[in-house]
Design a protein around this ligand. Structure first.
Ligand code: HEC
Ligand code: HEC
Length: 225
């Protein structure tokens, strides 16, 4: 009897919570449209870019796989206080990122986050990449395939180093889903059919891609004492 009660009760809670999440995602979509976010971001996959002009015509990054790409807690914080991710302005290599991304109020950020987190890609397999400070990954990142030539990261003596043409990877370990990093390197056609970043398929083995993904996923802020 007790087991039965717990079961029915558990099921009721499950229904209540998933129902709530869906309601929030729908509310979030409404806010997303009302605030003009859709003017610069598309949220339905698959990727629409076919030629470089399609990429250059975009006013902001595609968000159709946002739920697979980002970490939920990071997204909550960024929507209310959006700090520049790309050192340079989107689709521009000469002008600095003006840091003028629209902000959401606290009440809107939750539902929009839930909407964005509901947008996932089946091409990201969960549980593949465990963040790790591995020397192999570091070698690939900083020497072999100089990812560091285009991406900022925290190097020796806690100094921010690296190139500025790609998105900053400083604290990528709290922003990006580790499994997405690997999927992104392995499946450029799915996530970025037209892109500025070189394709590493054929240059890096699957094992090396895993190593470098684990390394990047380990970029986290220093723990507060
Ligand atoms: C005028 C165009 C524009 C509008 C309007 C806009 N964005 Fe953006 N968005 C951008 C650009 C450009 C970036 C890249 C910012 C950066 O790298 O710092 C971005 C980045 C993002 C990101 C991170 C994506 C990534 O891949 O790095 C999210 C999430 C996001 N926007 C959500 C929103 C939401 C929610 C709204 C509505 C409140 C919104 N945006 C409105 C242009 C826009
Ligand atoms: C020639 C410059 C260049 C090199 C080299 C490069 N990248 Fe990139 N990377 C980019 C650009 C530009 C983007 C933005 C997406 C795009 O347009 O391709 C990007 C995007 C990314 C992203 C997604 C970041 C985000 O927030 O959207 C990750 C992760 C990444 N690169 C990792 C790597 C790794 C790992 C390597 C080395 C194996 C590497 N990159 C080498 C330029 C580069």
């Amino acid at each position: 009897m007790k087991a039965l009660l717990t079961m029915t009760f558990g099921a009721a809670i499950l229904v209540a919570t998933t129902g709530q999440a869906l309601a929030d995602a729908a509310a979030g979509k409404a806010v997303f449209d009302a605030k003009g976010c859709a003017d610069c971001h598309y949220t339905e996959g698959p990727a629409r870019e076919k030629i470089i002009d399609d990429q250059l015509a975009k006013k902001g990054p595609e968000l159709w796989y946002a739920g697979s790409k980002f970490q939920k807690d990071w997204l909550s914080g960024w929507l209310v206080d959006p700090k520049p991710i790309r050192p340079m302005k989107f689709n521009d290599l000469m002008v600095e990122n003006p840091g003028d991304h629209p902000k959401l109020g606290g009440g809107d950020a939750g539902p929009v986050r839930d909407f964005l987190m509901s947008l996932t890609s089946k091409d990201v397999k969960a549980g593949k990449v465990k963040p790790k400070k591995n020397p192999k990954g570091r070698q690939i990142f900083a020497k072999k395939m100089p990812c560091s030539g285009c991406h900022e990261y925290v190097g020796r003596k806690k100094k921010i180093m690296g190139g500025r043409s790609g998105p900053s990877l400083v604290e990528a370990g709290i922003r990006l889903n580790p499994d997405w990093i690997l999927a992104y390197l392995q499946k450029p056609k799915v996530f970025k059919p037209v892109k500025m970043m070189p394709v590493f398929v054929g240059l890096l083995s699957d094992k090396d891609m895993l190593n470098v993904s684990r390394y990047v996923a380990n970029f986290k802020p220093k723990k507060k004492k």
